[in-house]
Design a protein around this ligand. Structure first.
Ligand code: NAD
Length: 256
């Protein structure tokens, strides 16, 4: 299936899951606006092989004004956003009593409020053009909790709630809104959690195995390309009546 002629914005796409999603969308023919920290030039050069137009906007999505600037850039340089993938996210692991207030605020701003801001700002253009896809990268932690992840679990549950409301408010249009709920994916975000175990003296292989064994029955990581292909499917005609779903891709995590 071809997404030629469509423009996708993927937040947090300079690494990890967002990068995998950007690659799948570019391969399917979409023009791409990348976002995220770090030097994007290598990623841009790599995506240009697929022939679409590639841009990058460095907005810090914890700041609504910078999100607004990114949406204006998309309208000015690409003619608007057809596919919005809200992916940028951070993690912090700590008990509720010891959770740093500043980390709570940052996680809520980046993992939840940014989804509200980019959605409210991208929707009018989608409505005007009569087509749109919004895909929110939530998590299994949008559906169940885990100790030490109060802010992340609260934010991801919020993302799934917001997804349902946007899906209902767009239900009679050609715009859909869904959430994807990955289990463990081996990205820098998860590597930090493995490193925390290694720093307690656990062997690196064992640390990775233990992390998987606690939650993910397949004992294998989900991969960014597997998530990217699901986003492409949600953008297809076959995906047009999938609305308000929270679709887990989790090696069996939530089947338990
Ligand atoms: P990652 O750390 O590899 O990538 C995060 C991306 O977000 C990077 O491009 C980073 O530059 C960007 N980013 C971070 N803060 C930002 C900000 N303030 N403004 C703009 N960009 C910012 O993480 P990942 O594992 O690829 O996570 C991506 C998404 O997937 C997150 O929402 C995360 O919660 C979710 N997720 C990850 C896993 C997993 O196992 N890795 C599982 C479920 C859900």
């Amino acid at each position: 299936m071809s997404l030629e002629g469509k423009t996708a914005l993927v937040t947090g796409s300079t690494s990890g899951i967002g990068l995998g999603i950007a690659q799948s969308l570019a391969k399917a023919g979409a023009d791409l606006i990348l976002n995220g920290f770090g030097d994007a030039s290598k990623v841009i050069a790599d995506l240009q092989q697929f022939g679409g137009k590639i841009g990058h906007h460095p907005a810090d999505v914890s700041d609504p004004a910078q999100i607004a600037d990114m949406i204006s850039y998309a309208e000015r340089e690409f003619g608007g956003i057809d596919i919005l993938v809200n992916n940028a996210g951070i993690q912090h692991v700590s008990s509720v009593e010891e959770f740093p207030v500043e980390r709570w605020d940052a996680i809520i701003a980046i993992n939840l409020s940014s989804v509200f801001h980019s959605t409210r700002l991208a929707l009018p253009g989608m409505r005007k053009r009569g087509w749109g896809r919004i895909v929110n990268i939530a998590s299994t932690h949008g559906l169940v909790g885990s100790v030490g992840k109060a802010a992340y679990v609260a934010a991801k549950h919020g993302v799934i709630g917001l997804t349902k409301v946007v899906a209902l408010e767009t239900a009679t249009s050609n715009i859909t809104c869904n959430a994807i709920c990955p289990g463990w994916v081996l990205t820098p975000l998860v590597q930090k959690q493995i490193d925390q175990r290694i720093s307690k003296g656990i062997d690196p292989y064992q640390a990775q195995h233990d992390l998987l064994a606690e939650k993910q029955p397949s004992l294998e990581f989900v991969t960014p390309p597997q998530l990217g292909e699901l986003v492409v499917f949600l953008c297809s005609e076959a995906g047009s009546q999938i609305r308000g779903a929270a679709w887990n891709v989790d090696g069996g995590w939530l089947a338990q």
